[in-house]
Design a protein around this ligand. Structure first.
Ligand SMILES: Nc1nc2c(ncn2[C@@H]2O[C@H](COP(=O)(O)OP(=O)(O)OP(=O)(O)O)[C@@H](O)[C@H]2O)c(=O)[nH]1
Ligand SMILES: [Mg+2]
Ligand SMILES: [Zn+2]
Length: 296
């Protein structure tokens, strides 16, 4: 490769200011960034970039516009998120709600993967996930250990670029290994005392399959804040509420304190799962507090 030439590629890994870029013709370049691109948040794994070839490390010169972008997990240009839950660590559906909102905001797809189906408690978890999310996303059952459901997951992400997301130790890296059929990612365990994951994966990394399908392994997290917007618009991201909205008396009903609310009626009739609605109220409150703090 001639020194000084510009090559286009995608950032497939980033650790402490060092990036791995895969060029469009499949070459792997070690790179770093200069100037403004060195700033926090300037580059994402998944970014399409122009790289200037140099004798030692190459230099990232420019970033192309992104089709999608997330801060948690920290990825760009994805087509969708594989949201992973498992019976251990204890699942957190508020986190799932927030990730689904992120998908809708970014105009990308989601699939909810209930992993570790060899373990006790998965049937109940799968039933709950189906009940709460079955209408708004695909819910699948997998086992990274014995391979159940892996073909289904492979089919869903086929030919596209997805990232994994979820708490530490739900089995994200294990799922990558199962999809690849090889141990390409380090996996961890759950703390005996804490019952929580140990944050084994510390950086985002894209793995590409022979057919061009890509999946990004990511770092586990248990909390994140959706970028703030007017709380009034929050319920718009609860697409399972849509068909009951017409029954609300007030236009712009937030389905919280209003009388004659179609959504609340649907909750009472069991048409919307009460748990999902309760979490909506919680998130609405959280948004309200943040909104008032900023603009109140
Ligand atoms: N029984 C069972 N254990 C699993 C399954 N998938 C993953 N595990 C175990 O769960 C633990 C955590 O797996 P990881 O793949 O490291 O989890 P992770 O989501 O990548 O975790 P972080 O990198 O910390 O975010 C490991 O001990 C895995 O062996 C599964 O389907 N069944
Ligand atoms: Mg991992
Ligand atoms: Zn309402």
């Amino acid at each position: 490769m001639a020194i000084g030439t510009i090559r286009k590629g995608q950032i497939i890994k980033g650790v402490a200011g060092k990036y791995t870029v895969k060029t469009d013709d499949g070459e792997i370049l070690r790179c770093f960034a200069r100037g403004k691109l060195r700033e926090n948040g300037a580059l994402y794994v998944g970014d399409e970039v122009d790289v200037e070839v140099s004798a030692s490390e190459c230099v990232i010169k420019d970033v192309y516009p992104r089709s999608s972008m997330l801060v948690r997990p920290y990825v760009s240009n994805i087509d969708g998120i594989v949201i992973v839950v498992s019976p251990v660590p204890k699942p957190d559906f508020l986190l799932v709600d927030k990730l689904i909102i992120s998908c809708l905001q970014q105009g990308i797809d989601s699939v909810l993967c209930v992993n570790k189906c060899d373990l006790q408690g998965t049937d109940e978890l799968y039933a709950a996930a189906k009940k709460e999310y079955g209408e708004i996303t695909t819910v699948i059952l997998t086992c990274a250990e014995d391979g159940r459901g892996i073909d289904e997951l492979r089919q869903i992400i086929s030919g596209r670029y997805y990232c994994l997301a979820g708490q530490s130790a739900v089995g994200k890296s294990s799922l990558v290994n199962a999809l690849v059929g090889d141990k390409v990612m380090e996996t961890g365990e759950i703390g005996e005392k804490s019952g929580r994951g140990k944050h084994t994966t510390r950086h985002v990394e894209i793995v590409e399959f022979d057919d061009g399908t890509k999946i990004a392994d990511t770092c586990g997290f248990s909390m994140f804040e959706i970028p703030l917007f007017d709380p009034m618009f929050l319920s718009g991201y609860y697409i399972d509420f849509d068909k009951y909205r017409d029954n609300c008396r007030f236009r712009g009903c937030t389905h919280t304190v209003e009388e004659c609310c179609g959504v609340k009626e649907a909750v009472e009739l069991g048409q919307i799962p009460a748990e999902r609605y309760e979490r909506y109220l919680k998130l609405y409150e959280e948004f309200n507090k943040r909104w008032e703090k900023r603009y109140g």
